[in-house]
Design a protein around this ligand. Structure first.
Ligand code: GLY
Ligand code: MN
Ligand code: MN
Length: 537
């Protein structure tokens, strides 16, 4: 054995004993700290904001779904475990020992037995050393904390969905929320939507009254609790200014009954998360590129005997190969008529045959998710009808992408795309008048993209460093009121567009989009051509 070889073995053993190679390209502790500072800057004086980690969800018996952190919580902390709470104060606080702080993080306590079963926990030390928190505690300390929530003008929080369970132990999410409710005198009949509607009524003007009445009416229609509320009922029925002013006064009194605010955090987080920092864009671009490469590999591997779930598996293998942890949303692979179901996730057709296959697939890389759709002919060649529909969607998408510029309205890509789809369907005689277009293009064209596939944002004019999808589609289910030759054709093309001061940038451009480029790519050999598995009985 030569010396260099021996040295390598020793080095490798030392490496193994100190830990394993794991990814390091996560958002930095400085990013999360800076984002907490950005939240603090948007909080009114003398307020406190409270964020809870996502709930764990049971799949069956003693097996939970894979845990996924709440995106706001992740954005502000980098903490990936459940049963945690983050508290941010608008101003520096001082505790009994004279220690100054403006944020506190409560995390899962280290527990060797639990960690043997379910993996390592960061604990207080990790929260300090890896996430950069100066004040980190175990969850059980939350109930002992001296935070006097009632001393603040407002307690900002996201209202609870009541979809969390009380587990063993005294510091799970259930207990943390219970403590919060006790400390804030949270009314048992608290209704976040009612609070939101009251806030709207509080600031209603004669100019926007008609709109606010419409909004309140909409909510009254589907929430029984709201339907019984005297103030809301009176507001909707009010027909003179004196009456409205009287209702406004009563609403102000109701809102002043406690200091809970479940509206403002949503506005703050939407504003912050709409535009991405460079650090975020690095991860988001990676998620999108990985997903585009996945589409390319699927194009090469595709043939009519493949099943929908097998196609899904090819894509998921590629993104795992690049280190993406999850899919950003359940993968959609629909052959023929299945593509007409917008969020089709059964993916259980055993052979896609000669149909078009609609594949809406997005990898999640270190929290950031892509959302890319390609629609391709399983046999490698678009039929004349498939191509005619495809080209309308392609032109609609091009128009939508061109409209995705700084300063444009959020609705601009959708308006541009809808116009092209409508004209195309009229020209082919699939519809007879423009109002029918919605039958075949029933969804929106764009949404924000980031930590959530349908990410948070303000829906105001586009700003630089915002990422959106542009995803028009035409879906003609069997039995539609048009010539049979169109039945079963479903096309969606979806790309992830970075809006910049120099115009839109297509982050998923690596996956071919024109019919010619798709057909050419499908002729390329695939490593899976030689992948043979044994036949099972
Ligand atoms: N994949 C979900 C969507 O396109 O919005
Ligand atoms: Mn989408
Ligand atoms: Mn999609």
């Amino acid at each position: 054995m030569n010396k260099l070889f021996l040295f390598s073995i020793i080095l490798f053993s030392v490496f193994l004993s100190f830990g394993q190679a794991t990814p390091t390209d996560f958002l930095s502790a400085d990013f999360h700290k800076e984002r907490r500072e950005a939240v603090r800057e948007k909080m009114p004086p003398n307020t406190v904001a409270v964020f809870f980690a996502n709930a764990e969800r049971n799949r069956a018996n003693d097996v939970d779904y894979i845990y996924h952190q709440d995106p706001d919580f992740y954005y502000l902390t980098g903490y990936k475990e459940p049963n945690a709470v983050l508290v941010i104060f608008s101003e520096v606080q001082e505790n009994a020992e004279g220690i100054l702080y403006d944020e506190l993080l409560y995390v899962q306590e280290r527990d060797p037995r639990a960690e043997q079963w379910n993996g390592k926990r960061l604990g207080i030390e990790g929260a300090k050393s890896q996430l950069g928190f100066e004040q980190a505690f175990n969850g059980a300390d939350f109930s002992k904390s001296g935070i006097d929530f009632k001393a603040f003008d407002k307690v900002l929080f996201f209202d609870f969905q009541n979809d969390y369970r009380d587990k063993r132990g005294d510091a799970d999410l259930f207990d943390l929320i219970k403590t919060f409710k006790q400390k804030t005198d949270y009314p048992s009949d608290y209704n976040a939507t009612k609070q939101q509607l009251y806030s709207m009524i509080k600031s209603v003007t004669s100019e926007n009254r008609a709109n606010v009445v419409q909004t309140v009416k909409r909510y009254l229609n589907f929430d029984d609790d709201l339907k019984e509320d005297e103030l809301l009922k009176n507001f909707v029925a009010a027909d003179d200014d004196n009456l409205v002013n009287d209702i406004k006064k009563r609403v102000v009194l109701k809102l002043g009954a406690n200091n809970l605010d479940s509206t403002m955090l949503s506005e703050i987080m939407s504003t912050l998360r709409e535009t991405k920092t460079e650090e975020e864009l690095t991860l988001l671009k990676k998620a999108v590129e990985i997903s585009a490469v996945g589409q390319v590999e699927v194009m090469k591997a595709m043939h009519p005997n493949m099943s929908e779930t097998e196609i899904q598996g090819v894509h998921e293998y590629v993104y795992k190969k690049y280190g993406a942890e999850y899919e950003g949303y359940p993968s959609i692979v629909g052959g023929g008529n299945n593509g007409c179901i917008l969020h089709y996730i059964e993916n259980n057709k055993t052979e896609v045959g000669d149909d078009l296959v609609l594949m809406d697939l997005g990898a999640e890389y270190h929290g950031y998710t892509a959302d890319v759709t390609r629609t391709i002919p399983a046999n490698g060649k678009f039929s004349p009808e498939q191509k005619q529909i495809y080209d309308i969607v392609y032109n609609a998408q091009e128009a939508g992408i061109q409209a995705s510029v700084v300063g444009a309205s959020f609705r601009a890509p959708g308006e541009a795309a809808s116009k092209v789809v409508t004209e195309g369907l009229l020209a082919l005689g699939i519809i007879q008048n423009a109002s029918e277009a919605r039958t075949y293009f029933p969804h929106g064209t764009s949404h924000y993209l980031g930590l959530d596939v349908h990410d948070k944002g303000t829906y105001g004019p586009f700003q630089a460093n915002t990422v959106i999808t542009v995803e028009p589609g035409i879906y003609i289910p069997e039995g539609s009121d048009c010539d049979k030759k169109w039945w079963g054709i479903a096309v969606r093309i979806e790309d992830d567009i970075l809006i910049t001061d120099n115009g839109p940038v297509n982050l998923s451009a690596m996956a071919p989009r024109t019919t010619e480029a798709i057909e050419a790519m499908m002729k390329q050999p695939s490593p899976l051509d030689d992948f043979k598995l044994p036949k099972l009985d």
